[in-house]
Design a protein around this ligand. Sequence first.
Ligand code: SAH
Length: 270
Amino acid sequence: MPKMPRWMDEAVIARDQSAAPRPAKVSQPGSGARAARVGRPSGAGADAVRSGPGLVSDAARGAMVEGLRRTGIADPQVLQAVLAVPRHAFVEQALSSRAYEDVALPIGHAQTISRPFTVARMIEIAAARLEPGVRSQANVLEIGTGCGYQAAVLAQLFGQVVSIERIRGLHERARANLRVFRLANLRLVFGDGVDGVPQAAPYDIILAAAAGERIPDSWLEQMKVGGRLVAPVSGPKGQALHLVERTGSEHWQLTVLDAVRFVPLRGGTA
Ligand code: SAH
């Protein structure tokens, strides 16, 4: 058993400059950007993914990614991963015409699919210290699978991804949404993510898609030394993204970043 974390430094209450690499070029829509792991969907459901009105087309997704680049996402691998995942396949058909707007959308059970900017920003911050070659080996935990969208984006970039969800209906929906993409490096777990997923620990990256009042000790313990955790945390003035870096076996450093709005982190399963 790892020892309980003794303390954490609160380093900077500011935007983390180091997490924002210099702007880099990303391929324009349709220019053949490398879509790493989401290939052509196949099997049942593939037609639904491939077809659809113009708004759910590759061009709409390319325009969304271009918007992310303009609003400050600079990491070309992160942009390519977002480009590779058809977000419309993760929302109900009635909402699919809005899938490439930069907004959170309802996914049932009073939960939402996160804003693409938030997904990209969290991944960019978490991966900022990992060289591109190392990323493909990284072990990653996501807390809050929801409909599975961010999990699919993570699986484009990283070696192994484990994603845990506490609502069975969403866990099952995510499984159904993701089946068509055949992501062999993604594992979905049903359970309470407050405990992390110790079976697959330690992690290079932990991302939470739901805001608690504090970061659970289990998450801190399940980080590798040198690993990074990005999670929304609720406070009296609202929520903020917290970046925690494990700088030693008994040392964690906290940086408080952007104001955000996430659904609450809840204990237990439903
Ligand atoms: N990652 C999703 C976001 C889903 S919203 C995306 O790609 O858009 C956040 C999710 O966190 C919800 O589905 C909610 O049920 C889940 N959640 C909240 N508390 C949790 C917990 N303790 N363990 C696991 N999942 C949790």
